[in-house]
Write a protein that binds this ligand. Structure first.
Ligand code: SF4
Length: 250
């Protein structure tokens, strides 16, 4: 049977999903169910009219249309293609083939992931990926489960494996009010990063970009009236990482 991937969007000229100008491929499906998820249309079971099956060659063809722009960004920030979602690890066989095709064309690849997959699948996928954008939701296992529906053991062991391999890696923490934004949380995250020798962290302050999507999809949204976080709200939180010698930025 032909290999296909369930994709709900292919967005062009993106500037915030890896270096340079990028094409972002949004995969349907995620193993987590974060209650603040800003892409509810990506989750299995939720309606998504734009979702359809693509062959890896079809996705590659769409990406190749943008190739002239990949080099048109700041020096040493060559653009390329980012696999996002949802989580591309949920459709790992399709991801592997797409990554192989991108490599054949010499196109830089990145993956935005929660890192939740069995170790051998994770290793296979990252071996074909140039840059890992690895999101950690909580340093504490119990709290991780409460917020996302899964424990963080597998995620942390995959992160460790990526570090051991010396992968080009950027760890990110989505900062969610009332969930992982306390000083104690910052210290917990900092200790975790230190234990793995990770000295760089991007914080993703909570935003409300997903609110309208919940309304349109007729889904309940538990973060409805929660105010967004702005850079000025993050100073103390960031300061805790900086004090620990971690290069922390938004
Ligand atoms: S990992 Fe990302 S895509 Fe998956 S549920 Fe959480 S926020 Fe949504």
């Amino acid at each position: 049977m032909a290999l296909t991937g369930l994709i709900f969007n292919i967005q062009k000229f993106c500037l915030h999903d890896g270096p340079g100008i990028r094409t972002v491929v949004f995969f349907r499906g995620c193993s987590l169910s974060c209650y603040w998820c800003s892409n509810p249309e990506s989750l299995d079971g939720n309606p998504c009219e734009d979702c359809r099956e693509y062959s890896p060659e079809e996705v590659l063809k769409i990406c190749l249309e943008d190739r002239p722009f990949y080099g048109e960004s700041a020096a040493n920030a060559s653009g390329g293609v980012t696999l996002s979602g949802g989580d591309a690890l949920c459709q790992w066989e399709f991801s592997l083939e797409l990554l192989r095709l991108l490599k054949t064309e010499g196109i830089h690849s990145a993956i935005e992931t929660s890192g939740y997959a069995s170790g051998h699948i994770f290793d296979k996928v990252i071996d074909r990926t140039d840059l890992l954008l690895f999101d950690i939701k909580h340093h504490d296992d119990r709290r991780h489960f409460e917020g996302t529906g899964v424990q963080n053991g597998l995620i942390l062991s995959n992160l460790k494996s990526a570090c051991k391999k010396g992968k080009d890696l950027l760890v990110r923490v989505p900062v969610i009010p009332g969930y992982n934004d306390s000083a104690e949380d910052a210290r917990g995250f900092a200790a975790l990063l230190e234990s793995m020798g990770i000295g760089r962290l991007q914080l993703l302050p909570f935003h409300q970009f997903g609110e309208r999507k919940y309304d349109l999809l007729g889904l309940e949204y538990s973060m409805k009236n929660v105010p967004q976080l702005h850079p000025e709200d993050m100073e103390n939180f960031m300061g805790i990482f900086t004090k620990q010698g971690i290069d922390c930025f938004i």
